[in-house]
Each structure stands twice: as structure tokens, then as C-alpha cells.
Design a protein around this ligand. Structure first.
Ligand code: FES
Length: 96
């Protein structure tokens, strides 16, 4: 299991290993920005504040999209693409 905390709402959800990061937001009752759900539009980008080591490595597709948006893959991930492993993860949604 992993615990995912979403900022700025500051709410958390428990998710099983192998679930998508976007599902953590849905479980926590937070609206998650998303468009394609297919790792190609970049709408679902979030900043990983803590716990990058508890997320699976980015796929080449995810790295491509992050690059298009000039987002450093060491700090930002696409929630529809990335599966969680375990541990404590803190992410921050962009402000609109
Ligand atoms: S919703 Fe399009 S990349 Fe995640």
C-alpha cells in the first residue's frame, strides 16, 4: 500500500501498489485534471513534492510529454501514466 497526500487540498488516500496516481486523487475526493487518460496530453501533470522513489519509472511516452511541457521528470509526473509502489508520496496539483 501507498499513502498519497494531495496538496494544496491536503487530503490523503491509501492506494494499492500498481494503481495509477490519478486514482489516489479520485479516492481522496479531489478533482484531478485530466484529458486523454492515455499519457499523451500532459493535462494531468503534478509536482511530486516527496516520494518520487515510490513511483514507477517514467515510460518513454511520459518523458516525451513532460519534455514538451518543459517539466523536469525528476520533479513532475503525469498522474494518468504513473503507477505507485508503496510508501508515502506527496504531490501538488497546479493552481489554475
Ligand atoms: S490525462 Fe493526458 S497525459 Fe494524463
Amino acid at each position: 500500500m501507498a499513502k498519497v497526500t494531495l496538496l494544496p487540498a491536503d487530503v490523503s488516500a491509501q492506494v494499492s501498489a500498481g494503481e495509477l496516481l490519478i486514482e489516489a486523487g479520485e479516492k481522496a475526493g479531489v478533482d484531478m485534471e485530466a484529458g486523454c487518460f492515455n499519457c499523451s496530453c500532459g493535462t494531468c501533470v503534478v509536482e511530486v513534492v516527496r516520494g518520487m522513489e515510490f513511483l514507477e519509472e517514467p515510460t518513454p511516452e511520459e518523458l516525451d510529454v513532460l519534455d514538451q511541457w518543459n517539466k523536469d521528470p525528476e520533479k513532475f509526473r503525469l498522474t494518468c501514466c504513473v503507477r505507485v509502489k508503496e510508501g508515502e508520496i506527496v504531490i501538488r496539483q497546479p493552481q489554475h
